[in-house]
Design a protein around this ligand. Structure first.
Ligand SMILES: [Zn+2]
Length: 260
């Protein structure tokens, strides 16, 4: 053991890590988190699985990131955002939520596969663009402590930490808290989701100074109607945030329910 430690010291920690990883890759070759095909590097998506993913890109709604099929010209705000302007200034998402991309989040949520988090962080950085560059710090959508205990980890926090590491922006999972555990959003209308999330978040009073005047980038795994992000942004703005942007890994694409 002492000999191994001396040996490790001599060849350096980076080399030890490299050797450990190479040994692990030999025993458990890295596989694609979507198709389980072998891939050359941990976190890689196999080409066939990659081809099925729909990455979102311009032109999108300036506010919510909804992808326009055609260039909208001068008015770059979608109908839903004109009827009900979101609290979040700009939301951007990396991929469309569909049959091909859904397993990415399911695997992450159930902690079975977290090896692709660095890949996701690269996609999130690209999607967030100026929202990331202009952010003072990055906050994940928090889970209620009771849910966190049950699930053991928050997948949005995992993504936010990886994005922070990649970009050099501060990661802050503690300032925004969840005041109450909310019933599942599944099956609820847009207005039902808004009611469900109302008052769910609050800035911890002892951390208020961190929020005052700050531009915060929120991170969530999936955007459905934007009700969760808006509720979180409302809490941050009530505590003095200058602006709140958001980035999500996946985004449900469908005509949005603009009923009140
Ligand atoms: Zn919009």
């Amino acid at each position: 053991m002492a000999h191994a430690a001396r040996q490790a010291k001599r060849i350096g920690p980076a080399a030890v890590l490299w050797i450990a990883r190479a040994a692990l890759d030999f025993v458990f070759p890295p596989t694609c988190p979507l198709s389980e095909e072998p891939v050359g590097q941990v976190g890689r998506i196999a080409p066939a699985a990659w081809a099925r993913l729909t990455f979102l890109s311009e032109p999108v709604c300036d506010r919510c990131g909804y992808p326009f099929e055609l260039d909208p010209g001068e008015i770059r705000v979608c109908a839903a955002c004109r009827v009900r302007p979101p609290v979040v200034a700009r939301t951007r998402s990396a991929l469309a939520y569909d049959e091909a991309s859904r397993p990415l989040v399911l695997e992450l949520k159930h902690a079975a596969r977290t090896d692709a988090v660095a890949t996701f962080a690269a996609w999130l950085a690209l999607a967030a663009g100026p929202c990331l560059r202009e952010a003072d710090w990055i906050a994940p959508i928090p889970l209620h402590p009771a849910r966190l205990r049950k699930r053991r980890f928050n997948q949005s926090a995992l993504l936010a930490r990886a994005l922070a590491q990649r970009s050099g922006k501060p990661f802050d999972p503690d300032t925004l808290g969840r005041r109450r555990d909310t019933p599942s959003q599944g099956g609820k209308s847009a207005s039902g989701r808004r009611r469900n999330m109302a008052g769910a978040f609050a800035v911890r009073p002892e951390r208020k100074a961190r929020v005052t005047g700050a531009r915060v980038l929120l991170l969530d795994d999936v955007l459905t109607t934007g009700a969760t992000l808006d509720a979180a942004a409302r809490a941050l703005k009530a505590a003095g945030a200058r602006a709140v942007d958001a980035v999500t890994l996946l985004r449900v694409i469908r005509p949005r329910d603009i009923s009140v």
